[in-house]
Write a protein that binds this ligand. Structure first.
Ligand SMILES: [Zn+2]
Ligand SMILES: [Zn+2]
Length: 571
């Protein structure tokens, strides 16, 4: 169990206590414990093993005991009891974005609303408008939240799905009767939100593999089992393992990877040539044609291999017929990244630790971009502190071998489009990212004007997380992205692709629209922890999905090339 999962349990306790109307001090104690655990750079388990839980901020005797209970038995009795005492409808209401326990309790007490459906109906009847502490605006927000809940139901972020899918594949590969195992579905296509995990495996012993799948340690509930399929829930996520014969593997992987629209196109092309294709192979007669890989599958129809990320029927089939697909940026092309936070603002690691971790993972440079002073909640830096940080980074660079730390900042774009730090300090930095972190509710026209104004500050190199969206959490703010991209290109500046799995912002559909043009993109992890660097994986996947080539991605430059590009632009 990792820190995040444990923190989540304490947050649940806090919410349930609040739902029961417990006193705020007790509620806050659990919220604070959750926050401490989540931000902890080391495994909480070490503290447990060394009997040091109570040295942590906000962890007293009673919470320490619950952590010990969790490590020993895997559950916390208090949490289980709280859950059993709370009407299940209220628990579901907690999942409505923007609706907290306090409001749910009020709705329950005064309007006897105990389910999401009842709440939805109450909104239709305008019954929340006159309720104390609510009002028209709150009611609209709740209605919107209910719509979002339905929309997001059963969808998951890539950083939940990939680690789990990889772990299951690793487990499967341990069986010597297994020939191949691969992730398929929209997960393999790098869709930003994924419903379930599809895995295709091949073997000559399907029955044996089917029963082996059932022993997967991540499985919590079996859904379906048979010779060709094994489905179960793992961490609340549906996993479908398709078991096929060795000679069917390529066709099955194709079938279960392509989007519906991509597959329809392929079937049409096959039909034109007198073939039928399905998950079992390519057929003219009873006997399938022999194809041993996806490459061979496409080649059979005189097509270029189409990378999974592109299989959305966004024009890729046509280009593959012409053998004219772009060469997509790959993991090996990426040499470094910008936009990481350090313990100077709201990041956890020191600058040096962040640099060392990036170097360990094979990167050659990082760009520090802590928050600026308007982001007071995040310990944002003043001009004076930025100057101090510049000095520290220069000293660090003199010490580091074969690695460079670029000096940057993530400045706040104020409501009027101005930047919250003085030009005199911005010009001392290697790069400047400008982001909207407040006043999200503006008209599209106002927001676009605001962001364009920031982009036109001569020291700003890129706009951070350009739409402000939080996947499954917050809708993008209203902004004319086409106008922002056009202006970015006109000014010779860079577009951020924020690789954090919660953001993946800018959306790949926007990049796809501008494909083949001289669009420059920076894939940035926006990491606040050492672990956050792994988000680069998702960013690269999304860049590929947006049809980006190496020349579109500034992360493919060396540190020297990148520095000279940034400097030249400001002349
Ligand atoms: Zn930001
Ligand atoms: Zn950031």
């Amino acid at each position: 169990m990792d820190n995040k999962e444990i923190a989540h349990k304490f947050e649940e306790i806090a919410k349930l206590l609040e739902l029961q109307g417990e006193n705020p001090f007790k509620v806050n104690a659990y919220f604070n414990a959750a926050r401490t655990i989540e931000a902890l750079p080391e495994d909480l388990k070490h503290y447990f093993e060394e009997n040091k839980l109570q040295t942590l901020k906000g962890i007293g005797k009673s919470i320490a005991e619950k952590i010990e209970e969790l490590f020993r038995s895997g559950t916390i009795e208090m949490l289980e009891t709280l859950k059993s005492e709370t009407p299940p409808g209220l628990l579901e209401m907690l999942r409505i974005p923007g609706l907290g326990p306090k409001k749910i309790l009020a709705l329950y007490k005064h309007l006897h609303i105990a389910t999401v459906k009842e709440l939805e109906y109450a909104c239709l009847e305008n019954r929340l408008v006159l309720l104390d502490g609510f009002g028209q605006k709150t009611q609209e927000k709740i209605q919107h939240g209910i719509t979002m809940l339905a929309l997001y139901k059963d969808k998951h972020l890539l950083n939940e799905m990939y680690p789990l899918a990889h772990a299951i594949v690793q487990f499967l590969l341990k069986n010597s009767q297994l020939r191949d195992a691969a992730i398929a579905g929209s997960l393999r296509r790098y869709k930003e939100l994924v419903k379930d995990i599809d895995i295709v495996v091949s073997t000559t012993q399907p029955a044996e593999i089917a029963s082996y799948c059932l022993t997967c340690p991540y499985s919590t509930e079996i859904i379906e089992q048979g010779e060709n399929i094994c489905s179960f829930y793992a961490k609340g996520i549906r996993v479908d393992i398709k078991i096929v014969k060795t000679e069917q593997f390529a066709s099955a992987l194709m079938h279960f990877t392509g989007s519906k629209e991509h597959n329809v196109e392929l079937r049409r092309i096959a039909k034109q040539r007198g073939y039928k294709i399905n998950e079992y192979g390519i057929f003219k007669s009873e006997k399938p044609e022999s194809v041993n890989s996806e490459e061979e599958f496409y080649a059979f129809f005189d097509m270029q291999y189409i990378p999974p990320e592109l299989r959305e029927n966004f024009g890729e089939v046509e280009l593959a017929m012409e053998h004219n697909l772009p060469r997509l940026v790959s993991r090996d092309d990426v040499l470094g990244f910008l936009h990481v936070h350090s313990n100077w603002s709201d990041g956890i690691p020191s600058i040096e630790d962040m640099a060392k971790e990036a170097q360990r993972l094979g990167y050659h440079y990082i760009g520090i971009a802590d928050h600026s002073k308007s982001a007071a909640y995040a310990g944002g830096l003043t001009e004076k502190r930025v100057a101090e940080q510049i000095k520290i980074i220069d000293e660090l660079n003199a010490k580091l071998k074969h690695f460079t730390v670029l000096k940057g900042i993530e400045v706040d774009i104020l409501k009027d489009g101005s930047i919250d730090l003085d030009d005199s300090i911005l010009k001392e930095l290697d790069f400047v990212i400008a982001s909207v972190h407040s006043h999200f509710h503006m008209t599209e026209e106002e927001m676009t004007k605001r962001v364009l104004a920031a982009l036109n500050n001569r020291y700003v190199d890129m706009i951070g997380h350009p739409t402000g969206r939080l996947l499954l959490g917050r809708e993008p703010f209203k902004i004319n992205m086409d106008a922002v991209i056009e202006e970015t290109k006109k000014l010779g500046k860079v577009l951020e692709l924020n690789a954090n799995a919660h953001r993946l912002d800018i959306d790949w559909r926007n990049m796809h629209k501008f494909r083949g043009e001289d669009l420059l993109v920076s894939i940035n992890p926006d990491a606040h922890h050492l672990d956050g660097i792994t988000d680069m994986e998702y960013g690269i996947g999304i860049a590929r999905k947006g049809w980006c080539q190496p020349a579109n991605i500034i992360n493919t430059l060396t540190a020297e090339q990148l520095l000279s590009f940034l400097k030249q632009r400001k002349k």
